[in-house]
Design a protein around this ligand. Structure first.
Ligand SMILES: [Mg+2]
Length: 384
C-alpha cells in the first residue's frame, strides 16, 4: 500500500475552525486526522503541504519511521506548527492501518484497558448561581468530575488578574460547600496568572477545595511551576500546549504536575502521546486529555484513553452545560463518538470509527478567527 494524496481541509464547523486532514492510498483505503493549533490553522496547512511532497508513494504502515522522518528530516527540528501537522498525519495513518487490518485504533496501541472513557464537564456560569445549578445538573446526569472557569472581565477585553482571584476563590469555596466532598472539582485558569497571583489565589481557599488547578501560569519555564509548587498543595493539570515529549520531560521528571492535559492533535499524534503516557505512568501521573476540537480529535483521544493504564478523565465539550458547543455536525460527520451519559463508549469498529462526508466538508469555508487580545486596565498585554 502507498500513500497517494494528503488533503488538508481547514473549515469552520459550529463554533470554531477545524483542520481536518484526509490521507488517501492506492488501495482505496483512506484515513482522517485532525490538527489542533487553533487560531493558526493556515500555518499548519503549509507544513502539511510540505510534508506531502515526500510522503506520497510512501508506506502508510511505517507510522513510527515516518514520524521520525517528519520531525527530524530538517535541520530545525520540532515546534508547534510542525508537530500539529505531524499529529494530523499520524492520526490519519493510524486510521488507515486500523481499517486495513480490520481492527480499531486502540488495538494498534496495545488494546483497550477499559470499556468506557469517563469525562469531565465544564460549567461556564456566567455567575456563581448558574455554575452551582449547572454543576448539580451535571452530577445528577452522572458526572463526578467538574471544571469551572474563573471570574473576570474577559468579554470587555480587559482582564485584571487581581480582580479575578478573590472572587474566583470565593466561588470555589461555595461550590465545594454546595456540591459536597465527593465530586472532583477543578478550574482552568488558562495561564492568565503570575506565580504570585496564582499563589495568592490558592492560599485564599481551604485545603481540599480544589482537586486540580489547570494552567494557572504560562508553561515556558518548569522552574516557575516548581516555585508555585512550593506555595500550594493543589494538584496541577498542565500540558495541553506541549508539542513533544521533550516539553513534557522536565515536568514529568521533576514530579511537578499530577495530571497531563495532553492534546493528541498537537503533541505529535498518537505515536507521541503513547510515549508521554508511558513516561507519565512511571511517575504515577494520570492522563487527562485536552479535547476541544472536532469528532476526529475526540475519536483519536478515546482510542488513546482506552489503551493507557494511567487515565483520569477526558475533556468533553458536549455536556448539557456547554450549550454553545452543542451544534449539529451530523451531516458532516455521519458517524462520530457521542456521549453515553458522562462517558464515551470505546468504539470497536475498524480504524477511528469516524465517517466524514467529504462533499460537505468541501462546501464548508474557513473563517478567520483570532483569540481575544486581552489587556490589563493600564493598557498592557495579558494572556487570553
Ligand atoms: Mg486548559
Amino acid at each position: 500500500m502507498k500513500i497517494k494524496a494528503i488533503i488538508p481541509y481547514p473549515v469552520w464547523v459550529g463554533t470554531r475552525n477545524q483542520l481536518i486532514v484526509k490521507i488517501e492510498t492506492d488501495e482505496g483505503i483512506h484515513g482522517w486526522g485532525e490538527s489542533g493549533l487553533s487560531g493558526r490553522e493556515k500555518a499548519v496547512v503549509g507544513a502539511i503541504e510540505h510534508y506531502r511532497e515526500f510522503l506520497v508513494d510512501r508506506d502508510p504502515f511505517a507510522i513510527g519511521a515516518l514520524w521520525q522522518e517528519m520531525y527530524r528530516s530538517q535541520y530545525f527540528e520540532g515546534g508547534r506548527v510542525l508537530t500539529a501537522a505531524i499529529s494530523a498525519i499520524d492520526i490519519a495513518l493510524h486510521d488507515i492501518k486500523g481499517k486495513a487490518l480490520g481492527v480499531p485504533v486502540h488495538e494498534l496501541l496495545g488494546g483497550k484497558q477499559r470499556d468506557c472513557i469517563p469525562t469531565f464537564a465544564t460549567t461556564r456560569g456566567p455567575g456563581l448561581a448558574e455554575m452551582i445549578e449547572q454543576a448539580k445538573d451535571l452530577m445528577a446526569r452522572g458526572w463526578d468530575a467538574i471544571r469551572i472557569v474563573p471570574a473576570g472581565h474577559v468579554s470587555s477585553g480587559v482582564y485584571e488578574p487581581r480582580q479575578s482571584i478573590g472572587e474566583t476563590a470565593a466561588w470555589c469555596v461555595r461550590l465545594r460547600e454546595e456540591l459536597g466532598p465527593a465530586v472532583v472539582l477543578g478550574i482552568d485558569y488558562h495561564h492568565r496568572l503570575s506565580v504570585a497571583e496564582a499563589a495568592s489565589y490558592c492560599q485564599k481557599m481551604p485545603s481540599g477545595t480544589l482537586d486540580f488547578l489547570e494552567e494557572p501560569i504560562r508553561d515556558e519555564t518548569p522552574q516557575a511551576y516548581e516555585a508555585l509548587r512550593r506555595m500550594t498543595d493543589i494538584p496541577f493539570a498542565i500540558g495541553e500546549e506541549f508539542a513533544s515529549k521533550w516539553q513534557f520531560m522536565p515536568y514529568i521528571e521533576r514530579d511537578i504536575h499530577q495530571f497531563n492535559r495532553i492534546d493528541v492533535c498537537n503533541v505529535g499524534g498518537l505515536t507521541e502521546a503513547m510515549k508521554v503516557a508511558g513516561w507519565s505512568e512511571a511517575h504515577y501521573v494520570d492522563m487527562m486529555p485536552h479535547n476541544p476540537l472536532g469528532p476526529i480529535c475526540t475519536a483519536a483521544t478515546i482510542h488513546f484513553a482506552a489503551a493507557v493504564a494511567n487515565f483520569a478523565w477526558l475533556e468533553t465539550r458536549s455536556s448539557p452545560a456547554e450549550e454553545a458547543h452543542r451544534f449539529d455536525d451530523a451531516e458532516i460527520f455521519p458517524q462520530k463518538p457521542s456521549l453515553d451519559g458522562a462517558v464515551y463508549r470505546v468504539d470497536d469498529r475498524p480504524g477511528l470509527g469516524v465517517e466524514v462526508d467529504e462533499e460537505r466538508v468541501r462546501k464548508q469555508t474557513f473563517k478567520f478567527w483570532e483569540a481575544p487580545h486581552l489587556r490589563r486596565a493600564d493598557g498592557s498585554v495579558t494572556n487570553w
